[in-house]
Design a protein around this ligand. Structure first.
Ligand code: RAM
Length: 373
C-alpha cells in the first residue's frame, strides 16, 4: 500500500515536471534556476522514459551515435556525456562516448579517425580548435556520418549544426555585467580561461571585449591579462596565483570555464584575497565558495544545465541521422520533454541550436543545485 502511494506520488511529481517542459517553444523549463529539471534530478530509468517522448524509436534502432568531448577528467564533460547517452539509449540507439586524454585538437583527430573506421552514424564533437578538425570531420561527412558540434563549435564547414548552450553575445554581456557589478565599475580585472584554442571560451572572451570597448560604461575597467589554465586544475591554480602576485590591485577574476573557476575559487578563498571571482561554474564544485561577505571568493556565477546540453546534442544527432533535419536555418525538431527547437544562423556563418539563457547561481539558490550538477 505504502509502495503504491509512493509510486502514485512520484508519477504526479514526474508529470508535473514533464508538463512544465512542454510547449515552451524551445525555452527549456529547467532554465529556471528554481526548478531543477527532471533530466537532472530523476534516476536514469525515469529520465530515459522522458527522453523517448516525441521521437520515433524504431528509426534509431541499431544506429551508433558518438560524442567526442574536449577532454577526460572534467566533470562538466561527464555530465554532458551523461545527457547524450541517456537520450540516445532511450531512443534505441547505441552511444559511444570518447573523452580524449588532453584538450587538444590532435587528440580529437585520432578519436575521430577511429570513429570513421568504426562506421558510426553520427559524431557530435566539442571542438578543442575551430579549424584543426576540419579535414577529419569533412572525411567523416563524406563517409555519410552526420557531424554536429556541441559546447564548443568547429568552424562552419566542419559541421552540419551546433548545440550551443546559450547565445554567445548573451554570455559575454552576462559576464561583463558581473565584472562591472562586482568591481564596483572600475579597476583591474583578469580572465582565467581554458585552452588558448577553445572556440567557446574565445568567442565569449571576444564578446566581452567587444562589449567593454563599445560602451563607455565600462571605460574605467582595465582588462590586465588573459591566462590559460588549459582546463587542468593544477595549471589553472598556478596561473591564478601568478595573477595575484603580478597584479596586487586586481579586483575581479572572470573564469569562463568550470575547471578554471573552481581552481581560482580555492586559491582566492584560501588566501583570503580581496580579489573576487565570477564566471561559469558547476554548482557542485562551487558551492563552498559562493557566499556573501569577505570569507567567500565568489559572490555569484552562471551556467546552464550541462546534462541538457548533452541531451540537446543527442536529439540533434537523432534528427540528423533520421533525416528529419539537415542542419539548415529554419529546420525544427522535437527534443522530447525539452520541447521543440529551431536551427538558427550562427555568427560564424554556420548554424546553431541554442539551449536557452545562462542562469545565475548565488547564495540564495546554490544549495538547491549543488547535488544536481
Ligand atoms: C569547461 C569546458 C567547457 C565549458 C565549460 C563552461 O568545463 O571548457 O567547454 O563549456 O567549462
Amino acid at each position: 500500500m505504502k509502495k503504491k502511494l509512493l509510486s502514485a506520488l512520484l508519477c504526479v511529481a514526474m508529470s508535473a515536471t514533464l508538463f512544465a517542459g512542454c510547449g515552451n517553444g524551445g525555452t527549456p523549463a529547467n532554465n529556471d534556476a528554481n526548478e531543477p529539471s527532471s533530466s537532472a534530478g530523476a534516476d536514469a530509468g525515469d529520465s530515459a522514459d522522458d527522453a523517448g517522448a516525441g521521437t520515433d524509436d524504431s528509426a534509431s534502432g541499431g544506429k551508433t551515435y558518438a560524442m567526442v568531448t574536449k577532454s577526460a577528467g572534467n566533470p562538466y564533460n561527464e555530465k554532458e556525456a551523461e545527457g547524450f547517452k541517456e537520450v540516445i539509449e532511450a531512443n534505441g540507439g547505441t552511444a559511444i562516448i570518447q573523452h580524449p586524454e588532453a584538450a587538444t585538437a590532435d587528440a580529437q583527430v585520432s578519436v575521430i579517425q577511429s570513429l570513421i573506421s568504426q562506421g558510426v552514424d553520427s559524431i557530435s564533437v566539442a571542438a578543442n580548435d575551430a579549424n584543426a578538425l576540419q579535414a577529419a570531420l569533412e572525411e567523416a561527412m563524406a563517409a555519410g556520418i552526420k557531424v554536429s558540434a556541441v559546447d564548443s563549435a568547429t568552424n562552419a564547414a566542419s559541421r552540419m549544426t551546433f548545440a550551443n548552450q546559450a547565445g554567445t553575445k548573451e554570455i559575454g554581456q552576462t559576464l561583463m555585467d558581473a565584472v562591472y557589478d562586482i568591481s564596483g565599475g572600475s579597476g583591474q580585472w583578469a580572465i582565467v580561461s581554458a585552452t588558448s584554442q577553445a572556440t567557446n571560451q574565445n568567442a565569449w572572451i571576444d564578446a566581452m571585449k567587444e562589449i567593454m570597448e563599445s560602451d563607455s560604461k565600462y571605460a574605467d575597467l582595465e582588462l590586465v591579462s588573459i591566462e590559460y589554465g588549459d582546463d587542468v586544475p593544477e595549471k589553472s591554480t598556478t596561473v591564478t596565483q601568478a595573477l595575484l602576485t603580478n597584479y596586487p590591485d586586481l579586483k575581479v577574476i572572470c573564469a569562463p570555464t568550470t575547471v578554471g573557476i573552481a581552481a581560482a575559487a580555492k586559491v582566492l578563498q584560501d588566501q583570503g584575497s580581496s580579489c573576487k571571482l565570477t564566471g561559469l561554474g558547476l554548482p557542485s564544485e562551487m558551492a563552498a565558495y559562493i557566499g556573501d561577505g569577505d570569507s567567500f571568493s565568489c559572490p555569484y556565477m552562471f551556467l546552464w544545465n550541462p546534462i541538457d546540453v548533452g541531451r540537446l546534442s543527442a536529439y540533434i544527432s537523432l534528427a540528423l541521422v533520421n533525416g528529419d533535419i539537415n542542419g539548415a536555418t529554419g529546420d525544427t525538431f522535437e527534443a522530447g520533454d525539452m520541447g521543440s527547437y529551431t536551427v538558427v544562423d550562427a555568427a560564424d556563418g554556420g548554424t546553431e541550436v541554442i539551449l536557452g539563457p545562462p542562469f545565475k547561481f548565488d547564495p540564495s539558490n546554490i544549495n538547491e543545485w549543488k547535488d544536481i550538477y
